[in-house]
Design a protein around this ligand. Structure first.
Ligand SMILES: [Ca+2]
Ligand SMILES: [Ca+2]
Ligand SMILES: [Ca+2]
Ligand SMILES: [Ca+2]
Length: 245
């Protein structure tokens, strides 16, 4: 019997499907010696040189038309920040809930998922990873360990401009590890180094004036569990991987 179990274990190990970690999408991110100015204008040479990544995986809602939503983004890094440039085409910009802590996922929001040590795993009520929702007014919200939404405005500075239905959104993201404690101002962001790997996903909550977001679009092709692809707010294993070059 023991031998049978051993053979079964060996066979399952050999023929097991790829784990989530092995399937994760890798994004190479180039270093920048000069930080871009976070003004919502992508005029910096470093942005011209960086490559576009697609923001096209529909996690909630029907596939939107190009005018309803389309998006792409670029990333660069230095020792103190990950810098993001997102280019969003969207027909209606809507901030329905004035309180930043109410229905923050239903209002228009750029959502940045970041897992400092690429550990993956549960982060719903802990800081192994963050799911920062950036509202149109620049306020940054995620669920805290106390199971209540918290503002993390000092973790991300951002600015957007809009022209002819297109939003250009720049953000500078400080990276905090899982030792982050809400309300403890002595905790400093992690210093970034070449070769570091982080878990990362970008997403967009597209509200076009209703009480709920119409679409939720992300950068990662998340495999559905029980028909649900919206797993990133709980499980960091579905994020992609950033490799700092
Ligand atoms: Ca700029
Ligand atoms: Ca839209
Ligand atoms: Ca982590
Ligand atoms: Ca919208």
């Amino acid at each position: 019997m023991k031998k049978l179990i051993w053979i079964y274990t060996l066979a399952s190990a050999l023929f097991a499907p790829l784990t989530m970690a092995e399937q994760r999408n890798a994004h190479a991110v180039q270093f920048t010696p000069q930080a871009p100015l976070i003004d919502g204008i992508a005029s910096e040479a470093v942005w011209h040189a960086a490559q576009w990544h697609a923001l096209d995986q529909v996690l909630i809602g029907e596939k939107p038309s190009k005018e309803d939503f389309s998006g792409r983004f670029k990333l660069v890094w230095d020792e103190s920040h990950i810098y993001l440039l997102a280019e969003i085409v969207d027909d209606v910009m809507a901030d329905v809930y004035a309180d930043p802590l109410q229905h923050y996922w239903d209002d228009e929001a750029l959502e940045i998922f970041i897992d400092e040590d690429a550990s993956g795993g549960d982060h719903q009520y802990n800081h192994s990873a963050f799911a920062y929702h950036i509202a149109l007014d620049g306020q940054v919200v995620d669920m805290g360990p106390d199971k209540k939404p918290q503002l993390y405005n000092d973790h991300i500075s951002s600015h957007w401009t809009r022209s002819k239905g297109k939003t250009t959104w720049e953000a500078a993201i400080k990276v905090y590890g899982d030792s982050f404690i809400d309300g403890d101002s002595s905790i400093t962001p992690v210093k970034l180094d070449k070769g570091k790997k982080l878990g990362f996903m970008l997403a967009y909550c597209d509200n076009d004036g209703g009480k709920r977001r119409e679409n939720f679009i992300a950068s990662e092709d998340i495999k559905a569990v029980n028909g649900d692809r919206n797993l990133g707010w709980k499980d960091a294993s579905v994020f992609g991987i950033l490799e700092l070059k």
